[in-house]
Design a binder for this molecule. Structure first.
Ligand SMILES: C[S@@+](CC[C@H](N)C(=O)[O-])C[C@H]1O[C@@H](n2cnc3c(N)ncnc32)[C@H](O)[C@@H]1O
Length: 267
């Protein structure tokens, strides 16, 4: 695995993998808003994070030494995590928070440290196991006020119930704009205060890297990231999630990492 998994310079595989029967469930299981393209994409993402990129992702999100390029990605991701946490209240006691696409669980731990009851869910059961183990070790020496319920599955599942806050760090970036907005529409019906998520801002440099990346062997590619034009995303969100207002936004660029946070707040 030579490319940083969170890099926004990761690329589309040449052929779309087919969803294997039973691998990631059906559209109906995913709940409202899921269509066949979403279900197929979800299967590809699960396969990638649970198998191909597991070790690399585990390392990137740890404190183990990494090369120069990954160090820029790690630094950018840390800034993004603190940006997203900056959109949540300091005191989250009594609040229910969804960490959507939790990976190895760092953001869930931040929210629990503020007292939240966190549901942290990821498609990759292996990443969720890593998260459980890491968090259990940390909590043994530094207990926090909140709690984390780690689960593997689809962050879109209505069975997760209602939340005060939903945070999606670099998990919606793997879906196209239409699916991204459909997921937010579905969460909007179950979110009481705010949703904060990231998207990959469309820019010429990213487009060029996507083109160059097609030269990489398939096994080395992250599942592609879908660059989104901010103006178009804002317009679509204004139409599709009218009960929320667009709030703060912050773009983080650090070497091979570029991602933009956007907040949707209930007035
Ligand atoms: C780039 S990683 C980010 C992980 C974590 N949020 C972080 O920032 O460290 C994207 C994660 O989103 C998860 N993901 C993508 N689509 C998902 C879905 N529909 N349900 C649950 N997890 C999903 C992937 O499995 C992957 O672990």
């Amino acid at each position: 695995m030579s490319m940083p998994p969170s890099s926004l310079r990761s690329l589309p595989p040449e052929g779309a993998a087919r969803l294997r029967p039973g691998e990631a469930g059906s559209a109906a299981q995913a709940g409202s808003g899921a269509d066949a393209a979403y279900v197929q994409r979800r299967g590809e993402i699960e396969d990638y994070f649970d198998r191909t990129a597991l070790k690399a992702w585990e390392q990137l999100t740890s404190t183990a030494p990494v090369g120069r390029i990954r160090a820029t990605v790690r630094a950018g991701r840390e800034r993004m995590r603190s940006t997203l946490m900056g959109c949540l209240p300091q005191d989250l006691r009594g609040a229910r928070v969804l960490d959507a696409g939790c990976g190895t669980g760092a953001l869930a731990l931040d929210a629990a440290a503020r007292g939240a009851e966190v549901v942290a869910i990821d498609l990759s059961p292996s990443l969720v196991n890593v998260a459980r183990e890491r968090v259990a070790q940390l909590l043994a020496s530094h207990p926090v006020a909140g709690r984390i319920d780690f689960r593997s599955g689809d962050m879109l599942s209505p069975q997760l119930g209602g939340f005060d806050y939903v945070v999606a760090m670099d998990s919606l970036i793997h879906y196209d704009e239409a699916d991204m907005v459909r997921v937010l529409e579905s969460w909007a019906q179950r979110t009481r205060s705010a949703m904060v998520f990231t998207f990959a801002p469309r820019n010429p440099a990213l487009a060029a890297m996507r083109a160059v990346g097609r030269l990489f062997p398939r096994a080395n590619r992250a599942p592609w990231i879908e660059p989104v034009a901010e103006k178009s995303l804002r317009a679509r969100l204004t139409r599709s999630v009218p009960q929320f207002e667009l709030g703060r936004t912050q773009r983080i660029s650090s070497g091979f990492y570029t991602s933009q946070a956007l907040e949707l707040v209930r007035p």
